[in-house]
Design a protein around this ligand. Structure first.
Ligand code: DC
Length: 229
């Protein structure tokens, strides 16, 4: 579907800043945005709400196939995630939902069930796709692939600030442990493990402000896609 529509794939570990950068980039270019982590988070949340075991591959795959989820943009231009008619945009951002997402994401059949839903976001004039396997599995033909990373301490600090801003609260040392654990799970799973695509531009964002990271990503995209910003 839409193979001629350009894709900028932005992958990286939790807290690397890829969510923020992907959103700003999509706004700047006027392109579609896919927050693939939100899909895994919605599934994790839906499973938790139904008291399902997070390793029941068959049941979770059925749930992934039937999931009534939509991504909408409100009047303020914010992306809202709606599950079964319920706005879960904030609920999916908790650490619990993130951990549940990381657990259901190790299951191959679950990943397969979410594949086409993710590819359906590829619509003109272009797509900015944020996740772990955008450049390696979901859009391997993406003309521009970026891999953002940062030290685990910096990522924990960013997550801490983000959670506080959203009024969700958090504990820095617990977050550090959580992030290290999630890195390990996301990188060691057998299907679509977290790793840069061979043709990805790798950017370490430790100590670099958001504006500067955005400029560097735009430069990389410009070089790969031949547009000017
Ligand atoms: O980017 P995030 O923190 O919202 O993602 C939550 C979890 O979902 C992450 O720990 C692993 C999983 N995930 C994935 O396996 N593949 C993706 N493309 C995106 C997220």
């Amino acid at each position: 579907m839409g193979m001629d529509v350009p894709v900028i794939a932005i992958d990286g570990p939790s807290g690397s800043g890829k969510g923020t950068i992907a959103r700003l980039l999509a706004e700047r270019l006027g392109w579609q945005l896919l927050d693939s982590g939100a899909m895994y988070r919605v599934l994790g949340l839906a499973a938790t709400r139904r008291d399902m075991a997070l390793d029941d591959e068959r049941a979770l795959t059925e749930l992934a196939q039937d999931l009534d989820v939509s991504f909408e943009v409100d009047e303020a231009g914010e992306q809202r995630v709606v599950l079964d008619g319920d706005d879960v945009s904030t609920a999916i951002r908790t650490e619990e939902a993130g951990n549940a997402a990381s657990k259901v994401a190790v299951l191959p059949a679950v990943r397969k069930a979410l594949l086409e839903r993710q590819r359906a976001f590829r619509r003109a004039p272009g797509l900015v796709a944020d996740g772990r396997d955008m450049g390696t599995v979901v859009f391997p033909d993406a003309p521009c692939k970026i891999y953002l990373t940062a030290s685990v301490e910096e990522r924990a600090r960013r997550r801490y600030n983000q959670l506080n801003q959203q009024g969700l609260g958090g504990n820095l040392s617990a977050l550090l442990k959580d992030i290290a654990e999630r890195d390990r799970r996301d990188s060691s799973r057998s299907v679509a493990p977290l790793r840069p695509a061979e043709d990805a531009t790798i950017l370490d964002t430790t100590g670099i402000a958001v504006d500067e990271v955005l400029e560097r990503v735009l430069e990389a995209a410009e070089a790969r896609l031949r547009f000017e910003h």
